[in-house]
Design a protein around this ligand. Structure first.
Ligand code: CU
Length: 240
């Protein structure tokens, strides 16, 4: 074997030639709702009766309703959680900035949120009244918490080790307060905004099933393949 030694420089060039160049692409799309969603529930009367303190945070006649269907003029549907189905063991959660779930005007905001396993979730009380933060996970390994939080108290910090879709948060003082925090074991998820669009960033090449979940409208999936370029996938939910 006379060619057993190879110049390190040649070896380096050879490696560069075959190494994949940072190749990852975004999955982008728009969520649309067809049809007229059911009317939201007016939570004003409940609020006025149970907690005048909360009602006083709103101008007269402007008490909130539920907001399950956040829909734009062309059917753009917000608050849809889009993720890569079955992709686990890829969490970068512990090194990510904490996510924030705020309590403002006696509502959780945002109502729909997504984090990674191991990522810190801060729960804040921005109100001048007490809240009782109570999460009720259903996946074994994710712990239930039930913590009173006074006005001006420090943020509560939670982490969840297991993936769970729509892990429920409620407030035991104000029975209309809910939030749903989805936990993923990867960074590959997105929540549609008010324009209905979402972006799942930096997805490595491969074949995937993309799942779109809406709290009231259920789940839809589509298969696709990510190569070098961004891939578009749109979902339409329908009210029948
Ligand atoms: Cu509360």
């Amino acid at each position: 074997m006379k060619d057993a030694t190879v110049s390190p420089l040649i070896l380096l060039f050879a490696l560069l030639a075959v190494s994949p160049v940072a190749c990852a692409a975004d999955i982008i799309g728009t969520i649309t709702l067809k049809g007229t969603p059911p009317a939201e529930v007016d939570i004003g009367p409940k609020m006025t009766e149970a907690s005048p303190d909360c009602a006083a945070m709103y101008p007269p006649g402007k008490l909130p309703t539920t907001h399950f269907y956040v829909v734009g003029p062309k059917g753009e549907l917000a608050d849809v959680v889009v993720s890569l189905k079955g992709v686990t063991g890829k969490s970068t959660g512990p090194s990510q900035p904490a996510a924030l779930l705020d309590q403002k005007g006696c509502l959780y905001t945002p109502q729909i949120l997504a984090i990674q396993t191991g990522q810190k979730l801060l729960v804040r009380n921005s109100d001048n009244c007490i809240h009782n933060v109570h999460c009720t996970p259903t996946v074994p390994g994710n712990e239930e918490h039930n913590d009173a939080q006074m006005p001006g108290a420090a943020d509560l910090t939670y982490t969840f080790p297991k993936p769970e879709l729509f892990l429920r948060f409620k407030c035991d003082v104000h029975p209309w307060m809910f939030a749903w925090v989805s936990v993923f074991d990867s960074p590959y998820f997105s929540i549609s905004g008010k324009d209905g669009t979402f972006v799942i960033k930096n997805v490595p090449p491969g074949k995937y099933t993309v799942e779109a979940d809406h709290r009231k409208l259920g789940a839809q999936t589509q298969d696709l393949e990510v190569k070098d370029n961004d891939v578009t996938v749109n979902f339409t939910f329908e009210i029948k």
